[in-house]
Design a protein around this ligand. Structure first.
Ligand code: AKG
Ligand code: FE2
Length: 309
């Protein structure tokens, strides 16, 4: 996955001629469609490995946030373009990214969505209770904006290779659609049914995939078992902004150390739930490990990790 300002890595170039053998889709039945019905979402996740929750936020809000994000990216790019481009799993130089570190610091919307009822409920259901009911954590977070001409990201799982597929879903993933996601502008491509594969993902195979088309205001839901990747943007003038959030169990090291990267002032009136998700707990599996050298403003945000069920 490519959330975070990671080092570049050479990956399969999906542009031009792709000569790898194709693995055809083996999925039977209708593809998930945007829905507000929670039971349908559960059924789609179970059957296809992904679901599209419709009308989670308004189109107006989506537009406001995509405009805000575009302005912030342009501002950062003017200072140092490395901040917002060439993330290590992006195939070319056209997409723009903004790390969740920045999102959390820059706008309440990007804090509020982390503790939205929908992802938290789905995460409870898919990952189950943890030892001593410790809260899940935000594992990874960032925005991905496709731009005209950008190539497809290699199909992948958002999963550490060290966790065997047989262990089941270890991370829940949510893409908040700030624009209409359509095939032409790079809607996330998914391999329906691949959450049940027993084979590890291979870079030498071309996976047949379908676009997860979703109107602005929807949330695409999947887990780290699903094969997927950013679609190619073949449009001449459409951008596609998505905000990607991953939640993991408390024993997994998140990609962002939020207590060290977040301005404490933006969390002054934040909920206990948000602080738990961002890892503001000095207690782990029942043991207190005091944050002796943390600044007082960070210490003031510390909460117990036990979550509500
Ligand atoms: O933005 C997208 O459509 C998916 C991006 C993704 O899968 C990733 O960066 O891991
Ligand atoms: Fe991914």
């Amino acid at each position: 996955m490519a959330v975070g300002n990671a080092k570049k890595q050479v990956i399969q170039n999906m542009g031009g001629e792709d000569t790898r053998p194709v693995k055809p889709l083996e999925f039977d039945g209708p593809l998930p469609r945007p829905t507000t019905d929670r039971d349908q979402i559960r059924a789609d996740l179970d059957r296809a490995g992904y679901a599209i929750a419709a009308d989670v936020f308004t189109r107006d809000k989506a537009r406001e946030m995509r405009d805000f994000l575009a302005a912030e990216i342009a501002r950062d790019e003017a200072i140092d373009e490395e901040r917002v481009r060439r993330f290590y799993t992006d195939t070319d130089d056209l997409n723009r990214r903004m790390s969740g570190t920045e999102l959390v610091n820059r706008h309440p919307f990007f804090r509020d969505i982390l503790e939205h009822e929908l992802p938290l409920q789905i995460t409870r259901e898919l990952l189950g209770p943890q030892t001593l009911n410790e809260s899940y954590l935000v594992h990874s977070y960032g925005a991905n904006v496709t731009r005209p001409g950008s190539a497809q990201q290699a199909i992948h799982r958002d999963r550490s290779g060290a966790v065997p597929l047989s262990a089941g879903a270890a991370q829940t993933r949510f893409i908040w659609c700030l624009d209409d996601f359509v095939e032409e502008n790079g809607a996330t491509r998914v391999v329906p049914g691949s959450h049940r594969d027993t084979e590890p993902q291979s870079w030498t195979v071309q996976y047949e995939s379908v676009p997860a088309e979703a109107p602005a205001g929807s949330v695409l839901i999947y887990t780290d078992l699903l094969l997927h990747g950013t679609g190619p943007n073949t449009s001449s003038n459409l951008e596609r902004a998505g905000v990607i959030v991953g939640y993991c169990p408390p024993w997994w090291k998140p990609m962002i150390n939020f207590p060290m990267t977040t301005n404490p002032a933006v969390l002054k009136d934040s909920s206990k739930v948000l602080r738990q998700l961002l890892g503001y707990s000095s207690v782990s599996v029942g043991f207190e490990e005091a944050w002796t050298y943390a600044p007082q403003a960070v210490k003031d945000l510390i909460v117990l990790p036990e979550m509500e069920w």
